[in-house]
Design a protein around this ligand. Structure first.
Ligand code: PLP
Length: 394
């Protein structure tokens, strides 16, 4: 058989195969499934964005190879100025991506050689843990522990790791943890990366999904951050545009230009109607109102879940941001068997914490991807079933 490279991995993870089997069995047993496993928005973008997409899709020239419309980096830079007070040069410090996931997959190609090392958060968004594979490199996991409020503790990074690493990835508001970071945490991260001369790749995909008045900062607000940092952001959650695949990276010019050179050999930019829709999202006079409605939507969903759980005696800590609830498995560290139990007994699908790294063991992630009444029903079903939960390992 012709060869497939090891770096691709063996295929679907064991846990996810198990999940599919359990869901199929629960369906057979007549359970109505509520799938809160995947963090995919369940609404379409607001009308002005959609309208722009449709209009642009009617034009012949939208079907030529696309270039990056300079209005897009300009709109991104203007938004960063308004939202974070950060000044960016659109032509040098802003690069649109096919979604931030594409950026993460390609960052190692511009920052690491074979066998090099990077520092990744544990738990963390799964693509991060795939990054070193892209260059046959290695990673060191930076534990995000509940006792530290899920914030990084740089004093625990061994000196040889810090010396060898090419980049550090951080993400707040965090998927899967739901916690947000204040500027002082980002200042420490910049200081750490400057001291060791490594890149800081900051994932701010949930900067607009933060609740109870919390306004997540940009890492680029930290003085001097531009020397070592880039920030990744996305239209997926802020504007319900996940299916359109558009995001961006902003920050250090050398990094952005190197990635631009690499991408010049991979893609021709993004489908023009998607670019136009993104420009509309950022420049529309109702932009902030659109964002505020999305934020409120997730806050209402969060509250519906938490309140319904509390009414049935299940205490769940409310997330500060993101679109996820992260909660400890009651009296047990076996998150996988708890997920099997939830699906079998209640039809509610959640994700086992270990899918996000070893430090996720003993937790589950609940994605707020249904309307409030459905989430309240899901919380109530799980809370009612907890009396039967006996931590049986599968
Ligand atoms: C933390 C985090 N970063 C990035 C992404 C990917 O976003 P995009 O749709 O822009 O690829 C996600 C998607 O769920 C995410 O949770």
């Amino acid at each position: 058989m012709p060869y497939i490279a090891n770096r691709v991995g063996a295929g679907e993870e064991g846990v996810f195969c198990l999940l599919q089997n359990w869901i199929a069995q629960a369906r057979k047993d007549g359970k109505e499934i509520i799938n809160l496993g995947v963090g995919s928005p369940n609404r379409r973008p607001e009308n002005p964005i959609l309208q722009e997409l449709l209009e642009s899709a009617k034009e012949d020239k939208s079907y030529e190879y696309p270039f990056i419309d300079p209005k897009l980096p300009e709109a991104i830079a203007d938004w960063y100025k308004d939202r974070f007070g950060v000044s960016l040069e659109p032509e040098n410090q802003v690069l649109p991506l096919w979604g931030s996931q594409e950026g993460f997959a390609h960052f190692p190609l511009v920052t690491m050689e074979q066998e090099d090392l990077c520092i990744l958060p544990d738990p963390g968004y799964p693509i991060y843990h795939y990054m070193p594979n892209m260059v046959d490199g290695h990673s060191w996991n930076l534990p995000l522990e509940e006792k530290n409020g899920f914030m990084p503790d740089f004093s625990g990074v061994p000196e040889d790791v810090a010396q060898k690493a090419r980049f550090l990835v951080l993400n707040y508001p965090n998927n899967p943890l739901g916690v947000g970071a204040t500027l002082d945490v980002l200042e420490d991260a910049v200081k750490f990366c400057k001291k060791h001369d490594i890149w800081l790749i900051y994932d701010n995909a949930y900067c607009e999904l933060a609740f109870d008045g919390f306004r997540p900062p940009s890492v680029l607000e930290v003085e001097g951050a531009l020397d070592v940092a880039v920030e990744v952001n996305s239209f997926s959650k802020t504007f319900n545009m996940a299916g359109m695949r558009i995001g961006f990276v902003v920050g250090n010019e050398r990094f952005v230009k190197a990635l631009g050179r690499l991408k010049g050999n991979i893609d021709y930019g993004l489908f023009m109607p998607v670019q136009k829709a993104a420009i509309k999202a950022l420049t529309h006079p109702d932009r902030d109102a659109i964002i505020a409605r999305t934020r409120q939507m997730y806050q209402d969903r969060r509250d519906a879940f938490i309140q319904s759980a509390a009414e049935k005696g299940w205490e769940v800590i409310p997330p500060m941001g993101s679109m996820f609830i992260w909660t400890k498995v009651p009296n047990c560290d076996d998150d996988v068997s708890f997920v099997e139990f939830c699906i079998r007994e209640t039809g509610v699908v959640v994700t086992p914490g270990r899918a996000f790294g070893e430090k996720g063991r003993g937790y589950v992630r609940i994605a707020l991807v249904r309307e409030p009444e459905v989430l309240a029903e899901a919380a109530s079903r799980i809370a009612e079933a907890l009396g039967k939960w006996a931590c049986a390992r599968v």
